[in-house]
Design a protein around this ligand. Sequence first.
Ligand code: MN
Ligand code: MN
Length: 325
Amino acid sequence: MSQWPDIMIDQEDIHARALAAFLGLALGDALGATTEFMSPGEIRARYRVHRKIRGGGWLGIKPGRVTDDTEMSLAIARVVLLRGQWELKLVADSFVAWMKSKPIDIGSTVRKGIRHYMKSGELEVPYNEWDAGNGAAMRMAPVALFTLGDEREFKRCTLQQARLTHHHVLSDAACLCVGRMVQAAILGADINGLRELASSLVIKCPTFQFNNYRGQASGYVVDTMQTVFHYLFTTDSFEDCLVGVVNQGGDADTTGAIAGMIAGAFYGPEQLPRQWLKKLDKQVRKEIEYLSPRLVRLSPCAQQKTVTVYTEQRGVEMEERIEVI
Ligand code: MN
Ligand code: MN
């Protein structure tokens, strides 16, 4: 059975959902930064339910400010647009420049990976059993956008961007899954289509099992993905999904960012809460609005009448043709 209720999809809808994915990422980051590293109990005591972009948190940020999750995604997006194609070395250089700019936050695995590149010039960190953090999955939005409809390029760029800092089978699998869910949602997949992609991840790596969610929301990519899946599949709006995720605390800005890109693409731009968009850092919002459509225009989806989309059912890879009008 097809996960695409419509096998025809219009260009305008693709652009709208792609923009919502990127904005959703930034909104989740800005919303979740407030509750990062808090426990659900601490969040409840302080806010009852945290549902406003209000800044603060352990970083003491101003309302609407984003963190490394969005900043690294923007860094990738800028380089791709500048060159009109994927150039991994330039992505690595942009990470170096970003780290030197003294970002408000940077993960330890990310820092280690960027340092490794600076010292060795190598564009892939060695395999490391401690690299199963969520720091590569959080920056999947740009790759998902500019490789829409090009499965081989999607896989290649996903793993390359990930392994600049994270080289672990669980990180790789999560990155591919996040990117695929974003792409499927942009191309109009229904919730069952997204569920199939999540289930396929579980078939390949059973540790991602997300039924009987135990409320772990740490920076371990398995905890992160379980949190995202749980709220994505038990809520029915963008806002409820993100509020659920960030009130789980832990690595809340990153679970927020990942849930934000998937739910943003799935529910589309009309569901992005106005109050949140108003609070979001103006520069960031403007830049995302500039970059998103241009990334999509680099993809086969914006250039061809039909595209082949990759999907999975019960862990089996499948192809589906979609007509773009
Ligand atoms: Mn962050
Ligand atoms: Mn984080």
